[in-house]
Design a protein around this ligand. Structure first.
Ligand code: ATP
Ligand code: LTN
Length: 326
């Protein structure tokens, strides 16, 4: 059976980009593949976090993933730091990736330009991500378009390790969705919608009040030529609305554009489609929130299942690289 793994950081509120670019596809994957999904709390530590907020965000994100449709009885849902093998394999990955490769990562450039404190871990972050993926003999990694470069690096590192030390890791492939792979900020449509870009009016939180979501979409930046067509290069704002509408209604952006001649109705229908998508998620989240102990129990079961796979692969890697067995 195909093995799938993906991860998401508890670094802020889940937004529509995370949902359409990643999480929604995980919900489908869990029924078709042996699937592992982790809340990557160690990755969130690459920027300074308030400890209490990190704990709350980690639990809340797990609940939100369940509310979005991940079923812990079907997939393996766990917290990255609960499986010690991730940090251990990350060291072996740091020893396999080159400084030059890490320096070419555009996410590092973007994030380090904006950060006040640039941790060493922000730079080596892709080594930990490679460990997350390679620990599970992963075939497919469903992610948004922004993770393409990290996935390429993971493949290169796996291939290099295998050729230096013998066949150890499965070489994974990225799975990037056709619609929703790159949801843009509503106010600055040349930037991707992001947890860490400080743009509350441009970001649709999955838990935002529905009235606020309607307002944000009505105020989304468009352009002045009044034409409705999908053309991200010259019409980024309108194209972003079409992508969102398409992803929420199971069509292509070109199909979604058909029949519209004015921005008003396009915005109204996009808002309605987003509200329809988020309403059941918000309802289910409220129920789950009432029982944090149950979520913690589910995550412990997930961590045990994950560790049993990860420990085996880590053992293989330790052995291949020449660490003395104890
Ligand atoms: P940050 O902005 O802090 O880097 P993020 O919003 O990019 O965070 P992550 O936890 O890094 O969120 O990503 C989780 C998943 O969501 C990844 O698969 C990523 O590719 C996807 N994703 C993030 N932003 C978008 C977006 N704007 N459009 C589509 N997919 C996205
Ligand atoms: N780097 C990713 C989050 C992430 C991830 C992973 C995604 C960490 N580990 C493993 C897929 C597989 C991000 O910033 N979105």
């Amino acid at each position: 059976m195909t093995r799938v793994l993906s991860g998401i950081q508890p670094s802020g509120a889940l937004h529509l980009g995370n949902l359409l670019g990643a999480v929604r596809n995980w919900v489908v994957d869990q029924h078709e593949a042996d699937s592992f999904f982790c809340v990557v709390d160690l990755h969130a530590l690459t920027s300074v976090q308030d400890p209490a907020a990190l704990r709350d965000n980690t639990l809340q994100l797990a609940q939100l993933l369940i509310a979005c449709g991940l079923d812990p009885a079907v997939c393996t849902l766990f917290v990255q730091s609960h499986v010690r093998a991730h940090t251990e394999l990350a060291w072996l990955m740091e020893c396999t990736v080159s400084f030059g490769e890490l320096r070419r990562m555009t996410q590092f450039k973007d994030k380090s330009d904006k950060a006040e404190f640039v941790s060493a871990a922000l730079f080596t972050y892709p080594a930990l991500m490679a460990a997350d993926i390679l620990l599970y003999d992963t075939d497919r990694v469903p992610v948004g378009d922004d993770q393409r470069q990290h996935l390429e690096l993971t493949r290169d590192v796996a291939i290099r390790f295998n050729s230096r030390y013998g066949d150890t890791f499965v070489v994974p492939e990225a799975a990037i969705p056709k619609a929703g792979a790159r949801v843009m900020d509503l106010q600055q449509p040349s930037n991707k919608m992001s947890k860490s870009l400080d743009s509350p009016q441009g970001t649709i939180g999955v838990l935002d009040p529905l009235k606020d979501i309607e307002k944000k979409i009505k105020r989304a930046v468009t352009d002045t030529d009044g034409e409705i067509r999908y053309d991200p290069a010259t019409k980024p704002g309108v194209s972003n609305l079409l992508s969102i509408l398409a992803a929420c209604t199971g069509r292509t952006p070109e199909q979604a554009a058909e029949g519209y001649t004015q921005y008003g109705p396009l915005k109204a229908d996009t808002a309605a489609a987003v509200v329809d998508t988020l309403t059941p998620i918000q309802r289910r989240f409220e129920e789950l929130r009432a029982d944090p102990a149950e979520t913690a129990r589910l995550l412990a079961v997930g961590a045990d299942k994950a560790a049993s796979v990860a420990d085996e692969v880590l053992g293989r890697a330790r052995n291949a690289i020449g660490l003395l067995p104890r």
